[in-house]
Write a protein that binds this ligand. Structure first.
Ligand code: NFE
Length: 479
């Protein structure tokens, strides 16, 4: 059989400019290439500026995860100056970052993945629920976002492009009545999730701890007829549990840190076994990217962003992040595997890191975060400080690692004489949609696509499910 090449671009307009090219032989993908096709140059525009400008500029890298960029930038500057945040700032940041993740996860589900499921021929249930704009689940999910955005309004002042997160803490202290109001709004949102998304109480969902528990959960009518229930049924019927796997190497910086040095999810690197994360092992390569090439990968403190659009062998504006020279996957699946979450670990054992398990991890994490949000709200102490004045960053370097909705996000800053000398950003989708490196190793998505069944090149649904399971954001990736 001859090799057939198909190319998709733009893939989704929701999350930036992505082109995916696959070669198909005997109805299966044999090679794939993921390209970020739009360069913007955030790292270049930061050079020479006041370090605090980075807070204002980097939160605009993306409309979906801007608070997380602020948090990474603020954390890098704290590392540089030795500043600290009061306990309330940890709690308030976690409230904001958790809401950003929940909104991102469910927006992805309802605006990106579910519309794809609604196109499955002959499934009227999926169509009536998920097809935009009139699908009943789709329409309600969009409306209900307002409740959580209301809590963000109280904690962040506005969203997106909020400046609430600063090196010294958060700039919008909340009082007791605002916390009560936040509980009310959160309660409304949780009711929606319990009624429509999972068809049961959050606690009941969180008691699902294995693939066998999930089977039992699916036996109950209200569960099976919830949006997650319908997703599980469709995934099984249409093979999402058997596509999109790869070697399963994961990275996480640990998400939602507390003031005692712990975090809601543990940091680590997983390559069959969990290991400690050593940030010194992170580098970026540009062998196949439209940038000037350095032989070895550069650690981001020494990273360079010098566009070289004339390089004929290159195919992406994304660089290739590597951990100890290896590609690694970021995101809810990575976080929960590294954290030892029982449901996700068991699903991985049964189905591998497939499109189904990747999406299940995202939905499961949404429930975990919703449950934790109420506790963080209770831990905020009105009247206590949210902010400590911190020195201006004048000299030195700092790194901020944060878990964004799509996984590990790093900002690295070097400052001399009060001006930014170098600023480098590595985003989660940068890890996931990495192009090849100098050893010709593909990134996680490129590997996950190999082997995908494409019986009909006019309708390559498997390809779409696999790409979407990574919830890619190309705005972030290329920045
Ligand atoms: Ni543009 Fe982002 C998240 C970051 S993606 S959404 O999550 O950083 O890589």
């Amino acid at each position: 059989m001859p090799v057939k090449t198909i190319e998709f671009s733009p893939f989704t307009r929701l999350e930036g400019d992505l082109r995916v090219t696959v070669e198909i032989e005997d109805g299966h993908v044999t090679r794939s290439f993921a390209s970020g096709t739009l360069f913007r140059g955030f790292e270049s525009m930061l050079k020479g500026r006041d370090p605090l400008d980075a807070l204002v500029i980097t939160c605009r890298v993306c409309g979906q995860c801007g608070l997380t960029h602020s948090a990474a930038s603020a954390s890098a500057m704290r590392a540089l100056t030795g500043a600290s945040m009061p306990p309330n700032a940890f709690r308030a940041s976690n409230v904001m970052l958790a809401i950003e993740a929940i909104i991102s996860h469910l927006t992805h589900f309802y605006l990106s993945l579910a519309p794809e499921l609604s196109e499955i021929p002959g499934d009227s249930e999926a169509r009536q629920r998920f097809r935009p704009p009139a699908g009943r689940s789709f329409a309600r999910a969009l409306r209900e976002r307002e409740e959580l955005l209301g809590v963000l309004g109280l904690f962040a002042g506005k969203w997106p492009n909020s400046l609430a997160i600063q090196p010294g803490g958060t700039t919008r202290p909340v009082d007791a009545s605002e916390i009560r109001r936040s509980h009310g709004l959160l309660g409304e949102y949780v009711s929606f999730v319990e009624q429509q998304v999972i068809g049961c109480r959050l606690e009941e969902w969180l008691a699902v701890r294995s693939a066998a528990d999930l089977e039992a959960w699916m036996e109950v009518d209200s569960h099976r007829m919830s949006d997650v229930g319908v997703f599980v049924r469709l995934s099984r019927a249409h093979g999402l549990d058997g596509i999109g796997t790869w070697q399963a190497r994961f990275i996480s910086s640990g998400g939602w840190p507390d003031c005692e040095g712990g975090a809601l999810t543990a940091p680590g690197f997983y390559d069959g076994n969990p290991a400690e994360l050593d940030q010194a092992q992170i580098s970026e390569q540009t062998a196949w990217s439209w940038y000037e090439q350095k032989e070895a990968g550069l650690h981001p403190f020494d990273g360079e962003t010098i566009p070289a659009p004339e390089r004929a062998e290159a195919y992406s504006w994304a660089k290739a992040p590597r951990y100890a020279g290896q590609p690694a996957e970021a995101g809810p699946l990575a976080r929960l595997v590294i954290d030892g979450d029982r449901l996700v670990a068991d699903l991985m054992l049964k189905h591998g890191p497939s499109a189904f398990v990747r999406e299940m991890a995202r939905l499961h994490e949404t429930m975990r975060l919703l449950k934790r949000l109420g506790a963080w709200l209770d831990e905020v102490e009105p009247g206590e400080p949210f902010f400590t004045a911190s020195p201006r960053p004048m000299q030195g370097s700092g790194m901020g690692l944060v878990e964004a909705p799509r996984g590990i996000l790093g900002h690295w800053i070097r400052v001399a004489d009060g001006k930014i000398q170098n600023y480098q950003i590595i985003t989660p989708t940068g890890w996931n949609l990495s192009p090849r490196d100098s050893g010709n190793r593909s990134g996680p998505l490129e590997e996950a696509l190999v082997g995908a069944p494409i019986p009909d090149a006019e309708r390559p649904v498997a390809l779409s499910y696999i790409v979407k399971s990574f919830d890619p954001c190309l705005y972030c990736t290329v920045h």
